[in-house]
Write a protein that binds this ligand. Structure first.
Ligand code: DGL
Length: 251
């Protein structure tokens, strides 16, 4: 048993989609969330820079006594998780596009993946695709501009709908019936995505599976908080604290 907090970080507010699921299935765990909104987006940054930023945040979270760290960012997982695991002793949970469930669920043999340029460029994505989706058609789309919409609380604007439509329609026309959200910011655009996709496609958010993995690792390492502990939720941002707290208030 270990009452220390779990650290969760992202390039910005997107990882709150993961935070919310961890909070739901690990209600006794205290959570420290770090939004690197001051450096957001990570998507087009070189891998070395993302490694440097992720290592600095990890050190910050370890200084706060975190017992496990969730890299709640596909782009940072892709660029930095190997480095983090090699340089820090604490267990890490990462996040990657949910190609496996999409490949299992598809009836048309076409799946869509929406992610950042950094995630698509990474070795991690290439290996996952080869392993789970080598025999199906994968339609990829860089979600340029979507992270900024979420960071600026513009998810229910006509601009958001226009951009999401521009990205999803070509996939839907290509008979995609599963759309994988390969960036933790994108679940905040789910209402507009569902409106556009309607019955044509199922949209896959990997955040609940990440939370399950957190629970499994807590049990495996015997570091879960005692049952019925009073969880404390703490938030840090390298950007505007008000922007972060507004989003926390919304979810
Ligand atoms: N939430 C991050 C991810 O999952 C966004 C990346 C970015 O900042 O561009 O990839």
């Amino acid at each position: 048993m270990n009452p220390s907090p779990i650290g969760i970080f992202d390039s910005g507010l997107g990882g709150l989609s993961v935070w919310k699921e961890v909070k739901k299935i690990c209600p006794s765990e205290s959570l420290i969330y770090y939004a690197d909104s001051g450096n957001c987006p990570y998507g087009n940054r070189p891998a070395e820079e993302i490694i440097r930023l992720s290592a600095a945040i990890t050190e910050f979270l370890l200084d706060k006594g975190c017992k496990l760290i969730v890299v709640a960012c596909n782009t940072a997982t892709s660029a930095a998780i190997q480095y983090l695991r090699a340089h820090f002793e604490v267990p890490f949970v990462g996040i990657e596009p949910a190609l496996k469930p999409a490949a299992t669920l598809t009836r048309t043999g076409h799946i869509g993946v929406l992610a950042t340029r950094g995630t698509f460029a990474g070795e991690h994505y290439r290996r996952t695709r080869e392993k789970f989706a080598s025999d199906i058609a994968v339609h990829i789309q860089v979600g340029e501009g979507l992270v900024e919409l979420v960071e600026n609380h513009q998810t229910d604007t006509p601009e958001a709908e226009k951009l999401v439509r521009q990205y999803l329609e070509p996939m839907l026309e290509a008979k995609v019936d599963q759309i994988v959200l390969g960036c933790t910011h994108y679940p905040f655009l789910l209402p507009v995505m569902q409106k556009i996709a309607g019955e044509r496609a199922n949209i896959l958010n990997p955040a609940p599976a990440v939370a399950q993995q957190v629970k499994r690792l807590l049990e495996k390492h015997k570091i879960a908080a005692p049952e019925n502990s009073e969880a404390v939720y703490t938030f840090f941002s390298s950007g505007e604290r008000a922007q972060l707290m507004e989003m926390v208030g919304r979810i």
